[in-house]
Write a protein that binds this ligand. Sequence first.
Ligand SMILES: NC(=O)c1ccc[n+]([C@@H]2O[C@H](COP(=O)([O-])OP(=O)(O)OC[C@H]3O[C@@H](n4cnc5c(N)ncnc54)[C@H](OP(=O)(O)O)[C@@H]3O)[C@@H](O)[C@H]2O)c1
Length: 207
Amino acid sequence: MNVLITGGTRGIGAALADRFRANGDDVLAPGSRELPMQDPKAITTFCKDISNLNILVCNAGVYPDHGQTLETGYSPDDWANTFAINVTGVFLTIQACLPALRAAQNAKIVIISSQMASDTRAPGGSYIYRASKAAVLNLGRNLSSDLKPDGIPVGIYHPGYVRTEMGGSNADISVAESADGMMERINALSLGTTGEFLTWDGRIHPY
Ligand SMILES: NC(=O)c1ccc[n+]([C@@H]2O[C@H](COP(=O)([O-])OP(=O)(O)OC[C@H]3O[C@@H](n4cnc5c(N)ncnc54)[C@H](OP(=O)(O)O)[C@@H]3O)[C@@H](O)[C@H]2O)c1
């Protein structure tokens, strides 16, 4: 299979790339230099060279407003940059890869959102990151409707609270645990489950 994983240079994306490669798949796993999510032209240029794509994992993401305060944080620049990377970049990558996904057999789209996308679970703080992950969840749910006639399922996932550069050393689970769970979710994703918002270990996540 041909697999593209955005944000594949480290953390969860790199661990997923290792697992697909171990299965014998051809994997592209660019980071922010090769496929900068905030650069629409770079996305178009990168994706136009891909003619056949079985799995697209939209994993790249940033979380710049961690720990910012309501009084002094959440600058307009942080809002704009985070949405460009976490939301617009995801949409443009999927759009640019659509011809290659349509050309493949049994193509799938995987969107890495977060439990912080949930409106049900709303402890406050991290307004920008939460809003961006909620937006990308919404995007995935609507794409799942539009792409069903093409036979392309879309899954949206919370990968766990993971010990990466983003998650920090006090997070709940290791990168390996998250990636093993995510591989199970990706393998199980089908037109019957398209639009699902699940946790890394297969539980339905409330919106
Ligand atoms: N860790 C957690 O606890 C957790 C929880 C819920 C959801 N998530 C989500 O899971 C995904 C992966 O998180 P992670 O913890 O593995 O993060 P990470 O360790 O910080 O890695 C982030 C990855 O995204 C890439 N990236 C950053 N900015 C980018 C940009 N502007 N354009 C393209 N790529 C960019 C990085 O590439 P470079 O190496 O080039 O910088 C890197 O490969 C993210 O979407 C995150 O929001 C993580």
